[in-house]
Write a protein that binds this ligand. Structure first.
Ligand SMILES: NC(=O)c1ccc[n+]([C@@H]2O[C@H](COP(=O)([O-])OP(=O)(O)OC[C@H]3O[C@@H](n4cnc5c(N)ncnc54)[C@H](OP(=O)(O)O)[C@@H]3O)[C@@H](O)[C@H]2O)c1
Length: 286
């Protein structure tokens, strides 16, 4: 299968490159597939005519989106309509990655795909527009994920490890609940989903739930690191963009659509940490 990846330098895209072996993966640089430029988007898709267009590109700096709203709406929202239009011309399946931030976080049970959206941030609004525009593609799959990380890229997991290595005091919010999800687990699920012909809107996170503080504590526990870690509240750590207080995503539809290969979040974290340990042992042997 020929697969064109938008946002090829991002953390999810890297996981896709590592887990989708056997497929022809086209990973243009941003200068050749720029979501801020309609012509660039059309030329990349119509030039490659892939079977699958996987949009892993986004303006992901949630707080910056609040002040750079036009750019966020264009990259995360409007550009998806350009992709859908070109995907229709090329006979391509559009796989759009979306977010738990489309919800307002007031629920008391995991959000289902059919639950009403109500984004509280500009980032969430721009990604919701992206979801709506993805449905313009005749063949589309929209996968909402959350709290992505892996042993590469910019993410909470690496931030915690680096901060602990510097001996910093860590105060982490303990009143926002969600599900940490590894890029590699999501990449494997996306591969299965495209092979099994999933369509429509589906939630794609690991299983279980925790808070950011709970996630940090588990990172240090599984890594065998003694960190100076304590919980705090969102009110003590204000940010420009509002985050949902509760954004656990229900995985029932995924199980109904086909093979659900998302592990529990603790198990997925264990896989990433094991890799890190193996890599550091290799480095020490060199
Ligand atoms: N990270 C999370 O916790 C999370 C949670 C829920 C959903 N998601 C969604 O998951 C997807 C993948 O996220 P990620 O964590 O892999 O993000 P990421 O590491 O920030 O990767 C996003 C990629 O998009 C690229 N990009 C930005 N503006 C672009 C433009 N105008 N044209 C082309 N490419 C552009 C970025 O390039 P630069 O690095 O050069 O800017 C980067 O390579 C996104 O749709 C995101 O909204 C992420």
């Amino acid at each position: 299968m020929r697969v064109l990846i938008a946002g090829a330098s991002g953390q999810l895209a890297r996981a896709i490159r590592e887990t989708w072996q056997g497929h022809e993966l086209l990973c243009p640089e941003e200068s050749h597939f720029n979501l801020n430029d309609r012509e660039s988007v059309r030329a990349a898709i119509l030039g490659a005519r892939p079977e699958v267009l996987l949009n892993a590109a986004a303006f992901t700096q949630v707080d910056r989106c609040e002040t750079e709203s036009d750019l966020a709406m264009r990259i995360n929202g409007e550009a998806v309509a350009w992709m859908a239009e070109a995907a229709n011309e090329a006979g391509t399946l559009l796989v759009q990655i979306s977010t738990d931030y489309v919800f307002d976080g007031t629920a008391h049970r995991p959000y289902r795909e059919s639950d009403p959206t109500n984004p509280q941030s500009l980032y969430g609004r721009s990604k919701l527009l992206g979801e709506q525009n993805a449905t313009l593609a005749r063949e589309h799959l929209i996968v909402r994920t959350a709290w992505l990380y892996d042993s590469w890229g910019k993410n909470f997991y690496l931030t915690m490890l680096n901060a602990a290595a510097q001996g910093r005091k860590l105060r982490v919010v303990d009143d926002q609940r969600g599900t940490p999800t590894t890029c590699r687990a999501l990449a494997r699920q996306l591969r299965v989903a495209t092979q099994e012909g999933w369509r429509g809107l589906v939630h794609g996170t690991c299983g279980g739930e925790t808070t950011w503080y709970g996630f940090a504590a588990e990172i240090f526990r599984q890594s065998g690191i003694q960190a100076d870690l304590a919980p705090c509240t969102t009110a003590e750590y204000p940010t420009p963009a509002r985050r949902p207080t509760y954004s656990v995503l229900d995985g029932t539809r995924r199980q109904q659509l086909g093979t659900d290969c998302m592990p529990d979040w603790r198990e997925a974290l264990g896989e990433v940490i094991q890799d890190r340990i193996i890599q550091s042992q290799r480095r020490n042997h060199v």
